[in-house]
Design a binder for this molecule. Structure first.
Ligand SMILES: Nc1ncnc2c1ncn2[C@@H]1O[C@H](COP(=O)(O)OP(=O)(O)OP(=O)(O)O)[C@@H](O)[C@H]1O
Length: 317
């Protein structure tokens, strides 16, 4: 079996900023894999390192250490020329500020056609017709001849998505794409991103602290203090009445050397600090507070609560 590399692969990514002699470790060994065609939300508190990661993945910045590869391109080693080609051909972006995504003096159709012009694809008529097709897919065909100032925030973001995917990038990166929108409009824009992900198969990473985003994606990765902390996987199932229901399960993420971050509520509830006891069972590990019940107590009880260690069968979407 050939193992294909994921479209986004981050291993032990570190980014240290130094300002006036003070070091800030924005990313402290972050790990992330996003398979081809997946749609993933990256969530985290303010200052957890989300934008730093996205800036690296978009080719605007380099990690201080670690591996960051997108669609096979090694982002730590690209020459300036290769970096420009990477930004033009491999990744598309949607930023939070609607004004940053579109040129104000071009119409929606001209904005969407622009990346095709830059990539020297097709003739003007073919580019315009592709732009119209994408505007239609995004449900904003009526904005075709309008300039950004003549569109609502939601319409601008849909046009921005169409623009970002026009040149058929392998990966679509979105930084708080719903940050300036109200809840109902956000929901529409997220649906549009999901449609684009499904219909074009573009691997999509949405960075956000909007909790609504997680309801629109199957996989949410949470980062804390510059590291991947937990992942929530959602899948649809059928209940005993034959109705479709959505199951969500939260997992702790373990890196290559075995480090994992327990979710904050688990740490606080069990008052875990300084050191914990570990108990190795045939198929899982148990964790106790240092002063808690000794691990050589009674045989293992069934897992309790949603944060119990998942069995291998559960560890699938
Ligand atoms: N250019 C920079 N110089 C110095 N420190 C920086 C720089 N960029 C980010 N940081 C610091 O790195 C840490 C992570 O910042 P980052 O912007 O990646 O977080 P974030 O999760 O995107 O936050 P927010 O949700 O508020 O945008 C913060 O402590 C921030 O102050």
């Amino acid at each position: 079996m050939t193992v294909t590399e994921p479209d986004i692969l981050c291993e032990d990514v570190v980014r240290i900023f130094t300002t006036e002699g003070v070091e800030v470790q924005a990313l402290q060994g972050l790990n992330l894999r996003v398979e081809k065609g997946d749609l993933v939300a990256l969530v985290g508190a303010s200052g957890s390192g989300k934008s730093t990661l996205l800036t690296i993945l978009s080719g605007l910045d380099r990690p201080t250490a670690g591996t960051a590869r997108v669609a096979g391109a090694d982002l730590t080693a690209l020459s300036s020329r290769a970096r420009r080609a990477y930004r033009r051909d491999v990744v598309g972006f949607v930023w939070q500020q609607t004004a940053r995504n579109l040129l104000p003096y071009l119409t929606a159709a001209e904005n969407v056609a622009l990346p095709l012009l830059v990539a020297r694809r097709g003739r003007p008529a073919a580019r315009l017709s592709r732009a119209e097709e994408l505007l239609d897919v995004m449900g904003v065909a009526h904005c075709r001849d309008r300039r950004p100032a003549q569109m609502s925030g939601g319409e601008q973001q849909r046009v921005a998505i169409a623009t970002a995917v026009a040149a058929e990038p392998r990966v679509l990166l979105a930084d708080e794409p719903t940050g300036e929108l109200d809840e109902a409009t956000s929901s529409d824009v997220l649906d549009a991103m999901r449609d684009v992900n499904e219909s074009l198969g573009v691997t999509t990473l949405i960075v956000t602290h909007d909790p609504l985003v997680s309801e629109h994606v199957r996989r949410t990765v949470a980062i804390r203090d510059g590291r991947t902390a937990t992942e929530t996987l959602r899948r649809t199932g059928v209940d005993e009445h034959g109705r479709e229901v959505l199951h969500a399960e939260e997992f702790a993420v373990i890196d290559r050397v075995g480090r994992l971050q327990l979710p904050r509520d688990v740490v606080e509830r069990l008052d875990l600090r300084d050191r914990v006891r570990l108990g190795l069972e045939p198929d899982h590990v148990r964790v106790w507070p240092h002063g808690g019940t000794r691990p050589d107590g009674p045989p293992d009880a069934p897992p309790r609560g949603r944060h119990a260690t998942p069995s291998p069968e559960e560890d699938r979407p």
